[in-house]
Write a protein that binds this ligand. Structure first.
Ligand SMILES: [Zn+2]
Length: 116
């Protein structure tokens, strides 16, 4: 017996778009007033009251995204920032934007990617 799909939905299938760009990691003590494009801000360090990251959405929408990993030293998210010996950084797991472009954002070895 051969199974034949009732209709082909390939033409209507959702096509995800991906945008990648290289970001420069910058270590700061506090969230900067201006979030520059293609810059990945790492605010504080593990154990600091407001440890977290900030960046502009890589999809091109321009939204500034700030994620606090910890409040008053206690972790509040499951995000992990990995800093490599060569200075490159990765962030995991996927950062899901809940408004605007609703991109899923990853940062791997300084390359930020938005899937939307
Ligand atoms: Zn976006």
């Amino acid at each position: 017996m051969i199974c034949v799909p009732k209709s082909t939905e390939i033409g209507n299938r959702f096509q995800a778009k991906r945008v990648k760009s290289v970001y420069t990691p910058v270590w700061m003590d506090a969230l900067p007033h201006t979030i520059e494009p293609q810059t990945f801000y790492i605010i504080g360090k593990l154990g600091d009251p407001h440890y977290g990251v900030a960046l502009r959405c890589p999809c091109g929408c321009g939204d500034a995204i700030a994620v606090e990993f910890a409040k008053h030293g206690a972790p509040i998210t499951r995000f992990v920032l990995v800093t490599f010996q060569d200075g490159r950084v990765s962030l995991g797991p996927v950062l899901q934007k809940r408004d605007g472009c609703r991109s899923a954002i990853t940062v791997k070895l300084n390359v930020a990617e938005a899937i939307y």
